[in-house]
Design a protein around this ligand. Structure first.
Ligand code: ATP
Length: 351
């Protein structure tokens, strides 16, 4: 089983407005055949709108979508033939697992033997052999989600669209199904567009991330690029830079900036053109608890300690009263006065 491959799907200034609300503000994106692309952003950023525009469920109010040069945004969903997997599974309750999976094929008048063969294969791929004669109500959430995935891939679609497919599952099952989706993607060579608000899920699954905010693309890049080199403070915040320390810029060259807050001096990597005021972004896990005074070292007092197994999540307070989030394997207790060091390349300075 393999999707019909295309070379390139192109979104060209795709816009969608609902009355005065512009949910998608001229989105440009090229998706290559075989890629796994995640659309990532908080609630309301326009992810589902983008996916529904791709699926043909929402007409565009501007721009165009082309598949290998042919315009498709004027085609209805069934003519595009993309597979879709939603959060709520949308299975037919009165049909067995097999009939749910084979439904699309029977609508296409697929000959009986071929239909049976393809359903067998899809059932096997999502490991539902034991459950294939049951009805959806007799299945767990994870099993129902497998049926929904099998139903989408059995049609061998050129593109599979997934809208938060794991959000109704519990944490353990979510991880299991995440690996499953990645495995299917790799073994079938499917092209997938996956919508999520979960940064970790997007990083784990995708070849490329598209970070959206208020209907605008903020950054497109590999998980490594977006994680290590967020282009602005918004993307940084979304990628786990929980500490955004307001600072004054005291010196800068092309690459680095020296910044100061009350009782704190740091050197960091300049990520944008800077004026006098800036923010220094640091991930909780990039601090190290140290004994000696030194460069890029902050003094803080521990307030709250949460036990997380190997690590502790610590909330500390700087001299000026601002709060700091720290993750560390050092054992700390409330009231401890600590020094924290952060390497220059782990401090990102944004305007
Ligand atoms: P979520 O994760 O909550 O689904 P999202 O990132 O998918 O969020 P969208 O559903 O794409 O966001 O919505 C983007 C914007 O468009 C929001 O401001 C939303 O209120 C608005 N919007 C979406 N659908 C409609 C609609 N049918 N009518 C009016 N406004 C809409």
């Amino acid at each position: 089983m393999a999707g019909q491959r295309f070379a390139e799907l192109h979104l060209d200034r795709v816009q969608r407005a609902f009355g005065d609300t512009v949910a998608l503000k001229g989105m440009d994106l090229t998706i290559k055949g075989g890629e796994f692309v995640a659309l990532l952003g908080p609630s309301g950023c326009g992810k589902s709108t983008a996916l529904n525009c791709l699926a043909g469920l929402l007409p565009l109010t501007g721009g165009r979508i082309t598949l290998d040069g042919k315009r498709i945004d004027d085609l209805p969903p069934e003519k595009r033939g993309f597979g879709m997997v939603f959060q709520n599974y949308a299975l037919f309750p009165h049909m067995s697992v097999r009939r749910n999976i084979g439904f699309g094929l029977s609508m296409r008048k697929t000959p009986k033997q071929e239909l049976a063969r393809r359903v067998d294969e899809a059932v096997r791929l999502v490991q539902l052999e034991e459950h294939q004669h049951k009805f959806p109500a007799q299945l767990s959430g994870g099993q129902q989600q497998r049926v929904a995935i099998a139903r989408a891939i059995v049609l061998e679609p050129p593109l599979v669209l997934m809208d938060e497919p794991l959000s109704n599952l519990d944490a353990a099952l979510r991880l299991e199904m995440r690996t499953e989706i990645r495995r299917l993607h790799q073994s079938l060579g499917l092209t997938t567009v996956y919508v999520t608000h979960d940064q970790e899920e997007a990083l784990a699954l995708a070849d490329r991330l598209v970070v959206l905010r208020l209907g605008e693309v903020q950054q497109v890049g590999s998980p490594e690029e977006v994680y290590a080199h967020p282009v602005n403070r918004y993307v940084a915040g979304f990628m786990g830079y929980r500490n955004m320390i307001p600072v004054t810029v005291t010196a800068q060259d092309d690459e680095h900036a020296t910044v100061r807050a009350d009782g704190v001096e740091l050197v960091g990597v300049k990520r944008e053109e800077l004026g006098a005021q800036a923010v220094a972004a640091v991930r909780p896990e990039d601090f190290t608890v140290v004994a000696e005074v030194g460069a890029n070292t902050l003094e803080a007092v521990v307030e709250i300690v949460e036990y997380h197994g190997r690590e502790q999540a610590v909330e500390a307070r700087l001299g000026d009263g601002s709060q700091l989030h720290v993750r560390t394997t050092s054992r700390l207790a409330p009231g401890d006065a600590i020094r924290l060091r952060v390497p220059v390349e782990r401090v990102l300075v944004f305007a």
